[in-house]
Ligand binder design. Structure first.
Ligand SMILES: Nc1nc2c(c(=O)[nH]1)N[C@H]1C(S)=C(S)[C@@H](COP(=O)(O)O)O[C@H]1N2
Ligand SMILES: [Mo]
Length: 424
């Protein structure tokens, strides 16, 4: 939002003076300001010197690996309590509590088919064989000797949220199987070239070192384009949950194909037709045919603030903020509607706008206190427009589950309560 827009005469744009109505103002309104909030009796507020300034704090060294403020301990992964988290487990990122575009490693979503293996990197190997000139076995250190590259990409499960009613309550319930990190590793192309591809090579079957030996077939074009074999996320080594010590990152492709605990790359002429690309991660279309090998995550967006489970403190200025992403490239535009889809306004895209990464959008908004429905719609650089749920069902029917990238509407009640409009 260019700052010149603040103070603009448009009634939907807030004026600078009224942005923080409700907060304590300095000067003439000090007394009124101090009366706000439950901490009004505290001696830690201006003009008093707060408790924590009166003695030195905890010295360095008590925590060799840092952790968040104890006042933030409610910001944790969203792990469903009603699911047996034994073999097939998942935990969602608390997206509505995060800022910017990077997911902290401790809050990165998790999805495992047979738990998290405890891998000793010194005993881990990556085997590359099949239609190659020189089959090879790499140690983790061998992989780290290749020239390295770091790139920011989102990772999203194709069952996010899945087409199943009732849909969740919060943004995390809906699309929390989504995260974004800076990944560091080696271009998969370099590793394949080291072994030398034979001309018949059309697919690479990637296999994980977990108890299900999860396998997916990846088209050779993707492997030679932007695919990475990574060992770090957000500057530190991968977390065990994210595939320590090695995983595949296939930017923009459905989460499942980004094989964790990578132990084998088998170069073939045909796909393997594993469980994960036949009975799962395929969709039954209205004509009875299965939609399979649906690799790319299409453009999508969601408003995170305000979103389900939150409550607006009152009418007046509220910044609408959310995230948009596309497996096909960069986000070109995000439209936001604050009147149940009658009209749309273009949101500001916050820099950086990166390819196949989360993009943060913002729109200043003045809520008039009336019940309404707000929603966002992403358009990517290919011109693809995020569909409504009705538009998606018209094409896919009612038997699909994966790749639900529908627009998600939030209902705002007269008391400011925000709920999932698709459930009502
Ligand atoms: N080896 C292996 N790789 C795997 C999985 C798995 O269970 N085993 N889960 C897949 C699925 S379904 C998803 S959505 C992503 C999740 O990655 P994350 O746990 O790092 O978020 O990893 C994929 N890679
Ligand atoms: Mo997934």
């Amino acid at each position: 939002m260019p700052h010149s827009k603040i103070g603009h005469s448009d009634p939907d744009r807030p004026s600078r003076r009224s942005l923080l109505r409700g907060a304590a103002a300095i000067g003439g309104a000090t007394l009124a300001g101090r009366a706000i909030g439950s901490a009004s009796a505290s001696s830690n507020l201006p003009p008093d010197v707060p408790e924590w300034m009166k003695t030195p704090g905890d010295p360095m060294g008590s925590q060799p690996y840092g952790s968040p403020s104890p006042f933030e301990k409610h910001v944790v992964k969203n792990i469903p309590k009603d699911l047996p988290q034994y073999l097939s487990a998942s935990g969602r990122a608390p997206l509505q509590d995060l800022d910017g575009i990077i997911t902290p490693n401790g809050l990165f979503y998790e999805r495992h088919h047979a738990g998290v293996p405890a891998i000793d990197p010194a005993q881990h190997r990556l085997m590359l064989h099949g239609l190659v000139e020189r089959p090879m076995i790499f140690t983790v250190d061998d992989i780290k000797r290749f020239p390295s590259t770091s790139r920011i990409h989102f990772l999203e499960c194709s069952g996010n949220p899945g087409y199943q009613k009732p849909f969740g309550k919060t943004a995390s319930d809906l699309v929390g199987l989504l995260s974004c990190a800076e990944w560091t590793g080696v271009s998969m192309k370099l590793v394949l070239e080291e072994a030398g591809l034979r001309p018949e090579a059309k697919w690479v079957i990637a296999e994980g070192a977990d108890a299900v030996a999860m396998k997916r077939s990846i088209p050779i074009d993707k492997c030679l384009d932007d695919a990475m074999i990574v060992y770090s996320q957000n500057g530190e080594r991968l977390r065990p949950q994210q595939g320590y010590p090695l995983r595949l990152i296939l930017p923009g492709f459905e989460g499942n194909m980004n094989v964790k605990w990578l132990r084998r790359l088998h170069v073939t002429a045909e796909p393997v037709y594993s469980r994960e690309e036949t009975s799962k991660y395929t969709d039954l279309m209205p004509d009875g045919v299965a939609r399979e090998f649906s690799f790319v995550m299409e453009a999508k967006s969601i408003i995170l603030r305000p979103s389900g489970g939150q409550r607006l403190s009152g009418s007046g200025f509220h910044e609408i903020s959310g995230i948009a992403w596309s497996g096909r490239g960069k986000i070109r535009r995000v439209d936001v509607s604050v009147d149940d889809g009658s009209s749309w306004q273009e949101a500001e895209l916050q820099e950086p706008v990166l390819t196949r990464a989360l993009t943060r959008f913002r729109l200043p908004w003045r809520w008039n206190g009336e019940p309404t429905v707000i929603q966002s719609r992403a358009i990517d650089e290919t011109g693809y427009v995020q569909p409504t749920l009705a538009e998606l069902i018209a094409v896919r029917g009612e038997n699909f589950f994966y790749h639900n990238n529908a627009i998600w509407p939030w209902r705002i009640a007269v008391d400011g309560e925000v709920s999932n409009a698709a459930n009502s």
